[in-house]
Design a protein around this ligand. Structure first.
Ligand SMILES: C[C@H](O)[C@H](O)[C@H]1CNC2=NC(N)=NC(=O)C2=N1
Length: 87
């Protein structure tokens, strides 16, 4: 059984990943946010899967080596929330 996901994130694939969608005013805001997440991902050497359509960014976090969600995914999700202006 998976533990509770960070605010706004939900488990999918039977607990193998956590996902969250962020929406912004426009493409520029969405892409700026995505760029900040990319720099953060490089810094912590943990990289989200993502898709983006105009003002929307969808993230999926999983640890490939572990084949599921680990502490690294939970920590990155919390940092992404913080970048989005959440505590
Ligand atoms: C060697 C390096 O730590 C690994 O390849 C990292 C890189 N980024 C990663 N990102 C994610 N999301 N999952 C991983 O398992 C992962 N592994």
């Amino acid at each position: 059984m998976s533990s509770e996901a960070p605010d706004g994130w939900t488990y999918e694939d039977g607990g193998k990943a956590i996902v969250r969608t962020f929406k912004f005013k426009d493409f520029s805001e969405a892409f700026g946010f995505l760029s900040r997440v990319a720099l953060l991902a490089e810094k912590v050497d943990h990289h989200p899967e993502f898709t983006s359509v105009w003002n929307r960014v969808d993230f999926r976090l999983t640890s490939h080596d572990a084949g599921g969600v680990t502490e690294r995914d939970i920590k990155l999700a919390l940092k992404i929330n913080a970048l989005a202006g959440e505590s």
